[in-house]
Design a protein around this ligand. Structure first.
Ligand SMILES: [Zn+2]
Length: 460
């Protein structure tokens, strides 16, 4: 199929100009003014923004967690992502402790097979590191196109590895051209605060927040960057929330280290007052928790300073009856919230429209840097001749209201219910096919493709 997009304002991480875009066989094949090509489909993008499809580097689809599964599977999750202008997501495979990485990979391949509507890749979460896992890590990088390895410094007994395992994993990953990513919070301190709060009868969601003070994230972020420094391995801290953790990265930069950092819309846009609403607050129970206003300021500043490189969602939705599992015990509330659909529009509205970031920075954070850091660039993450034609046509002025009644995620509430945002995803192309148009999804389950990734970039 060929598509000609006329007169759009094309925005990449570096450029901003009005031009036509010609797409053929799933790729961008020409960019220029008044292109003389005939196409099977022509789209007038006058007055609209045209930018690369968003890449969400942090989602959890049908993830087993706390005795249940996150409620979006590959079909509903990647479709909702497309509606919001995100064409590629990176999900996390979880190794079962005592089992192999390859068995976990098979499980996730089954989850996505025939179901994914948008494109996807996987990070491999290493929860149990030993010599045979080390061999698998090399195979994942060389053969599977899975080049990033997630680690947890919390959730002891389920997901956490200790610092010795961490350092040995870093050495293998560094030698083979991969990247270690981390959930950086101090699990032992959090576990002891959870136990203390529960023993004192403090069972409300507020105590989820109070059991994970800033220091637990600041300490672990510093320890992680120290271990990166020691091993020389490149690293990426997911879902950073707070000033203390930012300062750990700042200190790493002062000793000439580059550590990649991701934050999420919720940490930029919402503060901890959301925990003052009884059990209703359970919809904001996630780890790390929402922080203070001063942390939001630190994160926006971190973006400006180039310390924060990407924005993911940590999309991990649970329906209300799943949240109710923790009605009498905050530690049993499944952690996570629905966000995959709203990242691009929320950050445009709150970031670009409110003058906090430029349009170029917006594209960099939501698409280009995730593609570069995770080995997908320039196939994904930019508008350039030869790149996949993952393209968003975006109405920069259209106002709309976020609601559970209009979203496409498989969850019966919205954390952003009633939020008015400016800017709406109008048309989305996935590898040259019209996936979203006039509020409808035309991409079928199974049309999403697995993206084999290259070795990761040390520099962006
Ligand atoms: Zn996560």
């Amino acid at each position: 199929m060929s598509v000609l997009i006329k007169n759009g304002r094309i925005v990449t991480a570096a450029e901003d100009y009005i031009s036509d875009l010609f797409i053929e066989d799933g790729k961008i094949s020409a960019i220029g003014k008044d292109l003389p090509y005939k196409a099977e489909k022509e789209i007038d993008a006058s007055g609209k923004l045209v930018f690369p499809g968003g890449i969400d580097p942090h989602v959890h689809l049908e993830m087993p967690f706390m005795g249940t599964f996150s409620s979006d599977d590959y079909e509903t999750g990647t479709r909702a992502a497309l509606f919001g202008g995100t064409t590629t997501v990176i999900d996390f495979i979880l190794q079962t402790q005592g089992d192999t990485l390859h068995n976990a990979l098979k499980t996730w391949q089954e989850k996505s097979k025939g179901k994914a509507v948008g494109d996807y890749s996987y990070h491999m979460a290493v929860t149990d590191f030993n010599d045979s896992v080390a061999e698998e890590v090399v195979e994942f990088i060389e053969e599977e196109g899975i080049t990033s390895f997630k680690t947890f410094m919390a959730y002891k007994g389920a997901l956490m590895i200790d610092d010795g395992q961490m350092i040995n994993l870093m050495k293998v990953v560094k030698e083979n051209g991969g990247l270690v990513t981390v959930h950086a919070t101090n699990g032992d301190v959090i576990d002891s605060l959870v136990a203390k709060n529960l023993s004192e009868g403090n069972t409300a969601p507020l105590y989820h927040y109070l059991s994970q003070p800033e220091v637990t994230e600041a300490e672990a972020s510093a320890r992680f960057t120290d271990m990166l420094h020691y091993t020389g391995c490149p690293g990426y801290i997911v879902h950073m929330t707070c000033e203390g953790a930012m300062n750990a990265v700042r200190r790493a930069a002062m000793r000439n280290q580059k550590v990649f950092v991701e934050t999420c819309p919720q940490y930029l846009l919402v503060d901890a007052s959301v925990y003052e609403n009884g059990f209703e607050s359970s919809k904001w129970v996630m780890s790390p928790p929402i922080r203070e206003k001063k942390d939001q300021e630190a994160l926006w500043a971190g973006i400006q300073q180039g310390l924060i490189n990407s924005i993911g969602t940590d999309h991990c939705p649970f329906k209300w009856d799943q949240k109710l599992m923790g009605k009498d015990d905050f530690s049993k509330i499944p952690n996570g919230h629905p966000a995959i659909e709203h990242r691009m529009e929320l950050i445009y509205s709150e970031g670009v429209k409110k003058g906090r970031i430029s349009l170029n920075k917006y594209v960099e954070l939501t698409a280009t840097n995730p593609a570069k850091i995770f080995g997908m660039y320039p196939k994904k993450g930019t508008i350039a001749v030869g790149s996949d034609a993952d393209v968003v046509i975006f109405d920069p002025n259209k106002k709309h209201t976020i609601s559970k009644d209009s979203h496409h995620m498989n969850v019966d509430f919205s954390n952003y219910e009633g939020w008015e945002v400016t800017g709406k995803t109008e048309t989305v192309l996935l590898r040259g096919n019209v996936a979203i148009e006039n509020g409808e999804c035309h991409a079928e389950p199974g049309s999403g493709q697995f993206v084999k990734r290259d070795k990761t970039s040390y520099v962006i």
